[in-house]
Design a protein around this ligand. Sequence first.
Ligand code: PMP
Length: 338
Amino acid sequence: MQYVEHVADLVGNTPLVKLNTVTQGLQPLVLAKLEYMNPGGSVKDRIALRMVEAAERSGELRPGGTIVEPTSGNTGVGLAMVAQRKGYKCVFVCPDKVSEDKRNVLKAYGAEVVVCPTAVAPEHPNSYYNVSDRLVNEIDGAWKPNQYANVENPASHYHGTGPELWKQTEGRITHFVAGVGTGGTISGTGRYLKEVSGGKVKIVGADPEGSVYSGGTGRPYLVEGVGEDFWPDTYDRDICDEIIAISDADSFNVTRRLAREEALLVGGSCGMAAAAALELARREGPDAVIVVLLPDGGRGYLSKVFNDAWMSSYGFLAPEESGATVGDVLRRKDGTLP
Ligand code: PMP
């Protein structure tokens, strides 16, 4: 019989798939690493598993303990899955701007969700930061993974994602492209690939226009999960050979093309990373093997990236996409329909 003991045992070893249509006219082979194939639906399953197991070994997380983390998204799902496997409780703190759907996903996995008002100053007792700190201090047996400072975050990619890519490409990968949020993915994977290739593999970060990684001031942008307004400890500032800044409009339009042309229903940060990979592919020749990591699936973004009205409200829809109907397409030159 072929089965695993628990769904958490399926983390990692995600497949690579060739991009065919969005790459038309370009010479390099462009491969996408599908992190939505992880059992919790995102790349964050990898760090959740490794952070929890390291905390168990160090004694920071003890049997029956409670995992407390300020997160509303993928990291929460990964942690909740691993917590179930190992018998821990989870409390996630999120600001009230986070959609009810996202909070309900975390609750569905059995986590408790504490919602904080967005409209208060960071020093207010009910702010996101103060509430999570208070919970960690006051809950007996609480442990905070802190994905922005936890060395196990990049380590999960150094020991997992990096070796997987080297093996899957039989050592022929020439470029690795990923979005930068905590920086864990690019720093861990990048370090492994540089070491194993003797510095030959080029590491390219993708960053939303406005974020600090590409020289921005931290001004707002809409793509979720990537870019920062501060420099986290988990980001190795020496790892990237290049950082490509991508606008929200390009991120979201490439995201929609991945669904429509490659049958890859993925999140907005995936479109951003893919946009950077395509920019790179335009400059490279036929020997380049470019791998782009796609962090999560698209179902969490149906009311945004995949909603025409939302896209139009920001002026993001490419002209050929805005509102063309079957009728428009079939209409003859004289205006009549067949
Ligand atoms: N995309 C999404 C949707 C994410 O949630 C994250 C993690 N914040 C990233 C990309 C970036 O990954 P990392 O934190 O490893 O830099």
